[in-house]
Design a protein around this ligand. Structure first.
Ligand code: IP8
Length: 256
């Protein structure tokens, strides 16, 4: 929602401005912000098949361009955060992370701990990163969220998207789609099996992928709330722990 998905390399400055002002108003003392690639990282990564790993020399320029596009988007976000008096500092995933087959293998966390300890707000993003098997890969913001929440022992995860939460089907195309207000990881695993193999539309597919990526954090008992960040005030309310429409994902009781 922080970019215009229809137009490559176009930020949604209004949304960025409003979101950063909500984050600022919430006065949260210890927070890590992570954003995705939107119409900056994705079109270029796709054009050069960066997600498939290194295949030939022609991708080398593509890797540089993907990284640069992510830095451009990140600058819009961080500039706006600083304008709202948030001491934001970018931590580039490509400089501190190596993946193996697209999964985080090594990540230097010390700068993150230091930033948090000193009261800064670290800002990370989905990125083109180096991969020990594939040469390079795309590391999604969602994988970063899950991994960092676990490593940094987060109290909770708040995900801002452009629909009200997790639905039973695509709310943009299916009038019968129902918002799931509460779900545990077992129900989510079942849902994954039901949907396994089905070519799901973008929103649900993207959402399911997002949610599955977050499962390790849920298993570590870190609650997740997914809210519609397009609706003014939702991110603020979620940050403040106030009641807000959305989907709460929590670890359920284990069934013997
Ligand atoms: O939007 C992908 O991050 P995501 C980042 O969180 C790039 O999947 C470089 C495409």
């Amino acid at each position: 929602m922080i970019t215009n998905k229809e137009k490559p390399l176009t930020p949604n400055l209004t949304a960025i401005e409003r979101l950063t002002s909500e984050i600022s108003r919430a006065h949260i003392s210890s927070v890590v912000l992570i954003h995705g690639g939107g119409s900056f990282g994705h079109p270029i990564a796709k054009q050069y098949s960066i997600d498939k790993g290194y295949r030939d020399q022609s991708q080398i320029m593509g890797f540089s361009k993907t990284r640069q596009a992510m830095m451009t988007l990140n600058k819009f976000v961080v500039d706006s955060l600083i304008l709202h008096n948030i001491p934001a500092v970018t931590v580039q995933p490509s400089s501190c992370t190596i993946t193996k087959q697209g999964r985080i293998e090594v990540m230097e966390e010390k700068p993150l701990w230091k930033l948090l300890e000193m009261g800064f707000v670290p800002v990370l993003h989905g990125d083109a990163v180096f991969d020990s098997d594939m040469g390079f890969a795309i590391l999604s913001g969602d994988q970063l969220v899950s991994s960092l929440a676990t490593k940094l022992e987060a109290e909770r995860i708040i995900i801002g998207i452009d629909v009200d939460g997790l639905y039973t089907s695509d709310p943009k195309t299916d009038a019968n789609a129902r918002l799931i207000q509460h779900i545990d990881h077992q129900e989510l695993t079942k849902m994954q099996h039901e949907l396994g193999g089905i070519r799901v539309p973008d929103v649900t597919g993207g959402m399911l992928g997002k949610v599955l990526e977050l499962m390790p954090a849920v298993e570590k008992e870190i609650p997740i709330i997914i809210v519609n960040a397009v609706k003014p005030g939702n991110v603020f309310k979620a940050l403040k722990g106030e009641e807000v429409v959305g989907t709460v994902i929590q670890r359920g009781e284990e069934v013997a």
